[in-house]
Design a protein around this ligand. Structure first.
Ligand code: MLT
Length: 404
């Protein structure tokens, strides 16, 4: 008789955003006349920028001609895209990342879930708490997290680093030394950031202790403050201890188009084995590469026209972020985030937990958000709203919340 991977059975409930999707679907079915405003999952609402559409059209035309047709993409991604990334995201910021240290993929969610595969099964992971649930869930599936305690909603073998208003959302170095440290900045879900000095301390810590930092920089396009690093490679020594995950979803609207990449510097080694070689091996075996058409669209993100259009799109979402920040403040809520990130983190009213608040907002205001508890135990008592809605819906949501 075949056997299943029993680690999957340890996962409580469904994936956070699937649970929310089901709840909203049930509410919609029962209340078909209600106009629901979705500020839950961080999904973009603005159409792809004209420069990207133009690149897509022209790549589609190429695929229809024998002379310009493309079959399988190269394992690591097309050179034209990796060169554009290396120049714009790294060289222009003074960081030494070569095109062949960049692995193009179909998005940061998959990469952040899959990257753990190249590490030993007994690696100890550390996560910020609250945290994007994919990091922990994927390690549960791999059998790395020990037993689940439903009371505390924690895993016995995971090191949780609380990031709350009490410590200004900055994780402290854990007592026990982790092998893998997941950091996401600008942060999902709290919208908080680390300064360059704070991130440098983590890089120094990782190098000193032989840990690897898996740095999720999916939201870097939203950084507005000078002292906030756009990439971990702005820190000295990051090439020997950090992997960076990036996405085209949030900066360029590719949540449905799918494109992302992972950076693994060649110096990042365990004894004499380069992680770069392991990830390349995995990519070659398990991944077919993002489509040529999509990689051409990704290249257009870095054109002068593309950059200007996407700057406007980011500004559009950040106007939503200030609308939410101001709206919630004027309704009497305590809020943070929303300055360098498209997420606003709010305290739920006293005595109401985050799932109760989710139901309350859905029923009374027909607004969908994300309960903080879904991101980890320290998220309880908090709630996340995204700035990725339309401006009109964002305004309407604030009006509805003010009237509660
Ligand atoms: C979120 O809402 O946290 C993200 O959009 C989910 C994702 O990017 O996978």
């Amino acid at each position: 008789m075949f056997k299943i991977n029993e680690n999957y059975l340890k996962l409580p409930g469904s994936y956070l955003f699937s649970t929310i999707g089901k709840k909203v679907a049930a509410f919609t079915k029962a209340n078909p006349d209600k106009k629901i405003i979705r500020l839950g999952i961080g999904d973009v609402t603005q159409p792809l920028a004209p420069a990207i559409i133009e690149a897509l059209h022209s790549a589609v035309d190429e695929m229809g001609q024998a002379e310009t047709f493309h079959g399988y993409a190269p394992d690591l991604g097309y050179e034209f895209l990796r060169e554009a990334i290396a120049k714009n995201d790294y060289k222009d910021r003074g960081c030494q990342i070569a095109a062949d240290e960049i692995f193009v993929s179909d998005g940061a969610k998959c990469d952040s879930a899959n990257i753990q595969e190249i590490f030993s099964g007994d690696s100890k992971i550390a996560v910020c708490d609250p945290v994007y649930p994919v990091y922990v869930d994927s390690n549960v599936m791999a059998g790395r997290t020990g037993a689940y305690d439903p009371k505390s909603e924690t895993w016995s073998d995971v090191i949780y680093m609380p990031c709350t208003a009490d410590n200004d959302f900055v994780p402290e170095f854990p007592k026990e030394t982790p092998d893998l440290i997941y950091l996401c900045y600008p942060n999902n879900p709290t919208g908080s950031t680390l300064t360059k000095d704070q991130l440098q301390q983590w890089v120094d810590y990782a190098n000193k202790n032989g840990s690897v930092i898996i740095y999720d920089a999916a939201y870097e396009a939203y950084i507005s403050q000078e002292n906030v690093p756009h990439t971990i490679y702005e820190c000295t020594g990051a090439r020997t201890c950090a992997i960076e995950l990036r996405s085209f979803s949030k900066n360029a609207g590719f949540t449905g188009t799918r494109l992302g990449f992972t950076v693994i510097p060649k110096e990042l080694k365990c004894k004499d084995v380069a992680l770069h070689a392991l990830w390349a091996r995995r990519h070659g075996t398990k991944y077919n590469g993002a489509p040529y058409i999509v990689q051409k669209a990704g290249e257009a993100v870095y054109s002068e026209q593309g950059k200007a259009q996407l700057k406007e799109q980011v500004a559009y979402y950040m106007k939503n972020a200030s609308t939410i920040l101001e709206g919630l403040k004027s309704a009497g809520y305590q809020v943070s985030g929303g300055v360098n990130a498209p997420y606003i983190w709010m305290q739920t009213p006293k005595g109401i937990n985050s799932w109760e608040f989710f139901d309350y907002l859905l029923e009374k205001a027909n607004v969908v958000g994300t309960p903080g508890a879904g991101f980890g135990p320290s998220g309880e008592g908090c709630f996340r709203l995204t700035a990725f809605g339309t401006y009109e819906n964002t305004l309407a949501a604030m009006e509805r919340i003010r009237q509660l």
